[in-house]
Design a protein around this ligand. Structure first.
Ligand code: 8DG
Ligand code: MN
Ligand code: MN
Length: 367
């Protein structure tokens, strides 16, 4: 019997951008359970519930030690009745019936398998499930028309499910770097996304490309893609143009959180073994998802901050900016609604300062 007074109570600020969240998670069982419910909500078009579970999981990721009883959680932010019930079930019974039920449900399993195909979102998966398609095999037999992305996704399904290692990310970085400096000397690439936060594996590799001279980056992406294609490095690519409109005195007010950089979603062909020719049936390459983004140098700090993640950390930064500072933050710019002007920045540190936040390095943005 533990005396209540001796129970460690935790204290955590409510915005994830006020917390330092490393990869050293002391409550993986609880956060995995809440993340699974978040994923299920997101796949079921219940984004509000999804965010609530993500926030609850993020609070637990920030705790300095394992939770042993629900009394420790008193006063913590973002833990609603639903999340607390799940946590209590796990602490007291070893498992949450809701989580176990969801994991086993045919609907969730089908949504997972289908949305794990690159190019397939929740809406498409939903439609297929309504047509009785629950597996890759059924999809292949169904005669459904697949777009180019989905065809590539299906073709490379097994490879793309394999986590990408940091070594693979670095190998791809060298190739992208070679491509970039070949087509535009002086251009620079930066590893972003999860690997910049120190993750050891990822579902893809993300790079941000810029040039120190404003304007030189215009039209860069198609050239990089052509170079990579000519060298046989791309199994699939889709490039979208920059749609960010420039006003006379600075970038236009971002219309939404979706950014408008020139970007490329691709599937790389990464050679994994340079040794002697492998036995027949074996290949010496694997498919890896790679995202490329090009930013002008004037927006680089915002792009870097916006593409480093985690997704929840980004969402919380924007919420903080909007609700607490009357500012609008995007991956392009920071707009001060009270002053009616854009705040220029050349580093992430400056952006945190504008927002009245202590600087949080990438390795502590793993909310
Ligand atoms: P992982 O790949 O290791 O699984 O994790 P990650 O690197 O954190 O996730 P990601 O899905 O590759 O996303 C990387 C970052 O890019 C993340 O902070 C979210 C951000 N991001 C997108 N799409 C968009 C977008 O359209 N606009 C903006 N501003 N950011 C985006 O993934
Ligand atoms: Mn990533
Ligand atoms: Mn990505």
């Amino acid at each position: 019997q533990i005396d209540e007074a001796e129970v460690v109570a935790f204290s955590v600020p409510s915005y994830a951008c006020l917390r330092r969240t490393t990869l050293d998670n002391h409550n993986p069982v609880l956060t995995d359970a809440l993340s699974l419910l978040a994923e299920n909500a997101e796949l079921s078009d219940e984004d509000g519930r999804g965010v609530a579970f993500r926030r609850a999981a993020a609070v637990l990721k920030a705790l300095p030690e394992p939770v042993t009883g629900v009394t420790q959680l008193r006063g913590l932010p973002c833990l609603g009745g639903h999340s607390l019930r799940v946590i209590r079930d796990i602490l007291e019974n070893g498992a949450s019936s809701e989580v176990e039920f969801t994991k086993q449900s045919e609907r969730f399993k089908a949504l997972k398998v289908l949305t794990d195909i690159f190019g397939v979102g929740a809406k498409t998966a939903e439609r297929w499930i309504r047509d009785g398609i629950h597996s890759l095999h059924q999809l292949q037999e169904s005669g459904q028309t697949l777009n180019r992305a989905q065809q590539a996704g299906l073709e490379h399904y097994d490879d793309l499910k394999q986590p990408v290692t940091k070594a693979e990310a670095d190998a791809i970085g060298e190739i992208v770097e070679e491509a970039v400096v070949s087509v535009l000397p002086g251009a620079q690439i930066t590893l972003i996304g999860g690997f910049r936060r120190g993750k050891l594996t990822g579902h893809d590799v993300d790079f941000l490309i810029t040039h120190p001279e404003e304007g030189r980056e215009v039209g860069l992406m198609p050239k990089v893609v052509s170079w990579l294609e000519s060298q046989g490095f791309l199994l699939y690519q889709k490039t979208t143009r920059n749609s960010y409109l420039e006003a006379k005195d600075g970038p236009a007010r971002p219309a939404s959180n979706m950014d408008r950089f020139e970007r490329c979603f691709s599937i790389f062909k990464l050679v994994t073994d340079e040794g002697p020719k492998p036995a027949s049936g074996h290949r010496r390459w694997r498919a890896v998802r790679v995202d490329l983004v090009v930013s002008p140098i004037s927006q680089f700090a915002f792009a870097l901050l916006g593409w480093t993640g985690s997704k929840l950390f980004e969402r919380e930064l924007r919420r903080w900016a909007g609700h607490e500072k009357a500012m609008s933050l995007s991956s392009h710019a920071l707009y001060d609604n009270k002053q009616g002007r854009y705040l220029k920045a050349t580093s992430e540190e400056e952006i945190f300062t504008y927002l009245g936040l202590e600087y949080i390095p990438p390795s502590e943005r793993n909310a």
